[in-house]
Design a protein around this ligand. Structure first.
Ligand code: HEC
Ligand code: HEC
Ligand code: HEC
Ligand code: HEC
Ligand code: HEC
Length: 203
C-alpha cells in the first residue's frame, strides 16, 4: 500500500512539474479571437503607426492602455468608412457598448509590473511581446515567467536598445559588439540598477 501511495505521489509531482514547464502554463502561443476585427500587421506593420498612438499610457504609467473604439474613428470616419467591419464598429460605438477585448498578457495578481519604467530605460516592446507588428491577431509570443524577468534583470545590458528604438520592432544590433556598447552606455548614462530582490516584483 505504502509503495503504491509513494508511486502515485511521485507521478502527481512529476505531472505538476511537467505542466509548470510547458507553454500552456506560460500561455505562450495563446491567440484569442477578438470581438472586433483589428490587425497590428496592417496598422503597426504596413502603415507604420507608432505604438504610442494607441497605447498612449505606456510611457507615463504602469499600464499600456488599450484604446477605445472612438480612437479608431479618428481615421476610419474617412478611411474604409463603408467597409462592413468599420460599419459594425461604428454601430457598436454609437450604441455605447464598450468593446471587450480579450486580455492576452496577464501577470498573476501577486506580481508588480510597470511599463513606463521599462520603456523609458531602453527595453523594447519586442523584448517581451515579440513582433506584434507582424501579427494579425495578437499572440502571446514570449514567456513572461519569473525566469524571463530575472534573466534580463541579472544582465540588462544584453537586451537594452537605444531609447529612440524602443518602439521600433525592426531594430537589431549589428552584432554582439554593438549590443555591448549600446547596453553598457545606457546602463552608465541612465544609472540603471535592475534588482532581483523578491520585493521588487512581489510587494
Ligand atoms: C491603431 C491602434 C494600435 C496601434 C498603432 C498599436 N496597437 Fe497594440 N493594440 C491595439 C488594440 C485595439 C489592442 C486590443 C486588441 C488586440 O489584442 O488585438 C491592442 C493590443 C496589444 C497587445 C496585447 C494586449 C494584451 O491583451 O495583452 C500588445 C502586446 C500590443 N497591442 C502591442 C503593440 C505594439 C508593440 C505596438 C507597436 C509596434 C502596437 N501595439 C500598436 C491597438 C493598437
Ligand atoms: C491612424 C489611422 C488609423 C487608426 C487610428 C486605425 N486605423 Fe484601421 N486602418 C487605417 C488605414 C489607413 C487602413 C488601410 C486601408 C486600406 O488598406 O486601404 C486601415 C485598415 C483597417 C481595417 C481593414 C484591414 C484589413 O485587414 O484589410 C480594419 C478592419 C481596421 N482598419 C480597423 C481598425 C480598428 C478596429 C481600429 C482601432 C483599434 C483602427 N482600425 C484604427 C487607419 C487607421
Ligand atoms: C519588460 C517586459 C515588457 C515590455 C518591455 C513591454 N511590456 Fe507590455 N506587458 C508586459 C506584461 C508582463 C504585461 C501583463 C501586465 C499585467 O498583467 O499586469 C503586459 C501587458 C501589456 C498590454 C495589456 C495592457 C496592460 O498594460 O496590462 C499592452 C497593450 C502592452 N503590454 C503593450 C506594450 C507596448 C506597446 C510596449 C512597448 C511600448 C510594451 N507593452 C512593452 C511586459 C512588457
Ligand atoms: C529585457 C530586460 C527586462 C525584462 C525582460 C524585464 N525587466 Fe524589469 N526592469 C528592466 C530595467 C532595465 C529596469 C530599470 C531599472 C532601473 O530603473 O534602474 C527594470 C525595472 C523593473 C522594476 C522596478 C520598478 C520600480 O518601481 O523601480 C520592476 C518591478 C520590474 N522591472 C519588474 C519586471 C517584471 C515583473 C518582469 C517580467 C514580467 C520584468 N521586469 C522583465 C529590465 C527588464
Ligand atoms: C523581476 C521580477 C521578479 C523578481 C525579482 C522575483 N519574482 Fe517571483 N515571480 C515573478 C513573476 C512575473 C511571476 C509569475 C510567473 C507566472 O506568470 O506564472 C513570479 C512568480 C513567483 C512565484 C509563484 C510560482 C511561480 O514560479 O510561478 C513564487 C513562489 C515567487 N515568484 C517567488 C519569488 C521569490 C522567493 C523571489 C526572490 C528570490 C522572487 N520571486 C523574485 C517575478 C519576479
Amino acid at each position: 500500500m505504502a509503495a503504491v501511495a509513494v508511486a502515485f505521489a511521485l507521478c502527481v509531482a512529476v505531472a505538476g512539474c511537467w505542466y509548470y514547464l510547458t507553454p500552456e502554463y506560460s500561455r505562450v502561443g495563446y491567440t484569442p479571437l477578438q470581438p472586433v476585427s483589428y490587425s497590428h500587421k496592417v496598422h503597426a506593420g504596413e502603415l507604420g503607426i507608432d505604438c504610442r498612438y494607441c497605447h498612449f499610457g505606456v510611457e507615463q504609467s504602469p499600464y499600456a492602455n488599450i484604446p477605445d473604439g472612438a480612437l479608431c474613428m479618428n481615421c476610419h470616419n474617412q478611411v474604409l468608412s463603408d467597409d462592413t467591419r468599420i460599419v459594425a464598429l461604428k454601430e457598436r460605438i454609437e450604441s455605447g457598448d464598450p468593446i471587450e477585448w480579450t486580455r492576452v498578457h496577464r501577470n498573476p495578481d501577486y506580481v508588480f509590473f510597470n511599463h513606463a519604467v521599462h520603456v523609458n530605460r531602453g527595453v523594447g516592446c519586442v523584448e517581451c511581446h515579440g513582433k506584434v507588428s507582424q501579427m494579425d491577431s495578437v499572440m502571446h509570443a514570449k514567456s513572461l515567467s519569473m525566469g524571463s524577468c530575472l534573466a534580463c534583470h541579472r544582465n540588462p545590458e544584453r537586451s537594452l536598445r537605444p531609447l529612440d528604438r524602443v518602439y521600433d520592432p525592426e531594430w537589431q544590433p549589428a552584432g554582439p559588439e554593438e549590443q555591448a556598447v549600446v547596453g553598457q552606455t545606457l546602463v552608465r548614462e541612465l544609472g540603471i540598477r535592475t534588482s532581483i530582490y523578491c520585493s521588487t516584483c512581489h510587494r
